[in-house]
Design a protein around this ligand. Structure first.
Ligand code: PEP
Ligand code: MG
Length: 316
């Protein structure tokens, strides 16, 4: 039974051995389609789109309201809210004033910026407070350094202490996840994963980082990059490393919505894929045609593949 009294359509049953399918949401208006398309939750809500749409940053109270609406729309299916992934390449296409604001609001500078630190804490508080409306997960973008991870973990703790002291209702058990989006993090995954509750691979940024390409300037980028044997091995090893730490791994970049990419990720043992709302049904169809056992059987081969062609032959 949904919160508004109408029965919720059943989430598509999970097939054992295949990843859960969740959806990426950029705008609140897309949220209803997550359920309609049978996705099992929101694997990535790009909250920075709030800033893009309004050109101002929402207050904590405004965020609580927005996140609650999102959570209520999902009627019990989990919602992963990523904190503002503010970067000039995402925000810099507006007027000069916005561009200069965007320079200051670059998430990568958070450890040097009291303003960004304040925004992060407000947002974490808002996410915890929205957790009383339904299952919520907190996801931190572009975790590139141990010091950044320390910071995020400490702020989450501080936010819980503050909310408790203030007597505001909140969910103290919201899981904290980190996004891996830079190649240098690959060898650190096992250690870092043990400090959070879940891991999400942002393959859009990760592939650019690993291939020496730039997202908004795709010189040298090829569609086949997501089947690069080095990338496949790197991702496979990260998934295994997170699993050794006892943590689940999702992939929320475009690779998850590509038919071959989704099959490779399923074979590598990823726990969930999060894709654009409109791609959910197609990717589910692609995976349903696969036998989970046969997929698991090619994992070893994928980890040792030497070429894109070999990767393709294995998943064919
Ligand atoms: C990614 O980098 O793969 C990702 C999901 O985040 P975004 O596309 O918002 O950078
Ligand atoms: Mg990213």
């Amino acid at each position: 039974e949904g919160l508004r009294g109408t029965p919720a359509p059943a989430a598509e049953a999970e097939t054992p051995g295949l990843p859960r399918i969740e959806a990426n949401v950029n705008l609140l208006s897309e949220a209803a389609r997550v359920r309609e398309n049978g996705a099992q939750g929101v694997g990535l809500y790009r909250s920075e789109m709030l800033f893009l749409a309004r050109r101002t940053l929402p207050t904590e109270e405004e965020q609580v309201e927005i996140y609650r609406k999102l959570v209520e729309t999902l009627r019990g299916r989990p919602v992963t809210i990523r904190t503002f992934d503010l970067r000039p390449d995402k925000l810099g296409h507006g007027a000069a004033a916005t561009q200069s604001a965007a320079q200051k609001l670059d998430w990568r500078l958070v450890l040097e910026s009291p303003l960004l630190q304040r925004l992060f804490k407000e947002q974490v508080r808002a996410i915890f407070r929205a957790g009383t409306a339904g299952p919520v997960r907190l996801l931190v973008p572009l975790v590139t350094r141990a010091s950044l991870l320390d910071f995020a973990v400490a702020i989450a703790e501080e936010a819980r202490r503050e909310l408790l002291a203030e007597g505001l209702p909140f969910d103290g058990k919201v899981p904290l996840g980190m996004m891996v989006e830079a190649a240098a993090v690959a060898p650190m995954v096992e250690e870092w994963a043990s400090r959070v509750d879940f891991v999400a691979l942002g393959t859009n940024d990760l592939i650019a980082s690993a291939m020496g390409t730039v997202r908004e300037d795709p010189v040298g980028a090829q569609e086949d990059d997501l089947l690069h044997p080095g990338l496949v091995r790197m991702i496979g090893e990260m998934i295994a490393a997170a699993h050794r730490a006892g943590r689940t791994v999702s992939v929320c970049g475009e690779m998850a919505s590509h038919p071959e990419g989704a099959v490779v990720l399923a074979a590598l043992g990823v726990d969930s894929l999060s894709l654009a709302v409109d791609r959910v049904q197609a990717v589910r169809q692609v995976l349903r045609r696969r036998d989970p056992k046969a997929l698991g059987a090619i994992r070893g081969g994928l980890l040792e593949a030497k070429s894109v062609e070999q990767v393709r032959r294995l998943i064919a």
